[in-house]
Every structure is written in structure tokens, then in C-alpha cells.
Ligand binder design. Structure first.
Ligand code: HEC
Length: 187
């Protein structure tokens, strides 16, 4: 009888400590996830090529958005005209200098399709609400109906790739695009 009670206690103790170990592994995992996101947020602030205005905005979301736009999404390569300053063109082997004056203001032509101005209009990126912005990135809908004779959908713009981003990432891009200075397209 005594032997049985001791065994039950021992088994229970193993069960509890396994549970604790599992919990700890989970917590470590969570904190490494947080560290990863923090790295991306800090890198986002480091590489933003323009002054950011984050009044009333979630600062972390803006930093992550900068990372997604400037280190992952390549938005500048299509949405800034020209994307780099003379002497700072990485395609000529020069150290890159982003064209911050016309940053993300659109105006690059891809055949008949011209990239749009993504900078804030009345505080909203290209005047779109977050719901509209999500819809654009997920479905390619063109709210401006610029070329209905060719297609109702945005062309060239890689929305078929961006559509798989998480809601959180799209919200971060939106927060970042709300924080950059308004600009006009380059010549
Ligand atoms: C390969 C070039 C390319 C890249 C990269 C690109 N875009 Fe675009 N984008 C375009 C073009 C071109 C249009 C206009 C397409 C048309 O007229 O059919 C456009 C349109 C848009 C629109 C619609 C604007 C409006 O007012 O309705 C949004 C929003 C947009 N892009 C956001 C982005 C964001 C954010 C990124 C980076 C994550 C990005 N784009 C990267 C080429 C690109």
C-alpha cells in the first residue's frame, strides 16, 4: 500500500514537472518571437529614408511597416520616380541613396500602367481607409478605375503575392504609409 502511494506521488510529480517544462519551452518560444519582431521594428526605424510622423499612431506598428516596405516589399523600386538619386543608384554599383524627396509618390511607367502615389492625402495613405487598403492588397481592386478598358484590376503591382500577408503585417504597412511625408511624383 505504501509502495503504491509513493509510486502515484512519483508519477504525479513527473507529470507536473513535464507540464512545467512544456510551459517554459512555450514561454521561451514566445519571447524569441517577440525578440524577432523587436529586431524588425528597430531595423525598420533605422532604414526609413524619410522623417516619420507618428502622432496618434502605434509606434511599433509603424516600425514594422517600415521594415516590410523598405526591407521586404520593394515598394520604393516601383513607387518612387526615380527610385534612387544620381550617384546613389545601386543598379550602377553605387551605394544606394533613396530619392527621399519623391519617396513613394508614384509616377514610374510600366507600359501603359503608372505606379500610384502612396503618400498621405488628408492623413490617409493615398486617401484610402484601412479597410480599402486591405481590399487593394488582397484583391487588386482599383478604386480609381484608371483603365477599365484593359482591366478593373491593378496590373504590374504584385498584389497576388502581398495578398498572403497577415492582417497584422498589412496594418503595419498602412500605419507606416500614414506616417511618411506627403510628396508629389518626380519628373
Ligand atoms: C513591380 C512594381 C510594384 C511594386 C514592387 C509595388 N507596386 Fe504598388 N503598384 C504598382 C503599379 C504599376 C500600380 C498601378 C497599377 C495599375 O494602374 O494597374 C500600383 C498600385 C498600387 C496601389 C493602388 C493605389 C491606389 O490609389 O488605389 C497600392 C495601394 C500599392 N500599389 C501599394 C504598394 C505597396 C504597399 C507596395 C510594397 C509593399 C507596392 N505597391 C509595391 C507597382 C508596384
Amino acid at each position: 500500500m505504501k509502495y503504491l502511494a509513493t509510486s502515484i506521488l512519483a508519477i504525479a510529480a513527473i507529470g507536473v514537472s513535464l507540464g512545467v517544462m512544456q510551459h517554459k519551452a512555450h514561454a521561451d518560444n514566445d519571447s524569441s518571437q517577440e525578440a524577432l519582431e523587436r529586431n524588425r521594428i528597430e531595423e525598420g526605424f533605422r532604414i526609413a529614408p524619410v522623417y516619420l510622423n507618428y502622432d496618434h499612431k502605434d509606434r511599433n506598428l509603424v516600425g514594422l511597416g517600415s521594415y516590410l516596405v523598405n526591407a521586404v516589399g520593394g515598394c520604393n523600386d516601383c513607387h518612387t520616380n526615380p527610385s534612387y538619386l544620381p550617384g546613389g543608384d545601386p543598379f550602377r554599383g553605387q551605394t544606394k541613396i533613396v530619392n527621399s524627396q519623391h519617396y513613394l509618390a508614384g509616377g514610374q511607367a510600366f507600359g501603359p500602367f503608372i505606379s500610384r502615389n502612396l503618400t498621405p492625402e488628408n492623413g490617409l495613405p493615398e486617401g484610402h481607409t484601412l479597410a480599402e487598403f486591405k481590399n487593394i492588397l488582397r484583391t487588386g481592386i482599383d478604386y480609381d478605375h484608371l483603365h477599365p478598358q484593359i482591366s478593373p484590376l491593378l496590373q504590374v503591382m504584385p498584389w497576388p503575392t502581398y495578398q498572403s500577408m497577415t492582417d497584422h503585417d498589412i496594418e503595419a504597412i498602412y500605419a507606416y504609409l500614414s506616417s511618411i511625408p506627403p510628396a508629389t511624383p518626380g519628373p
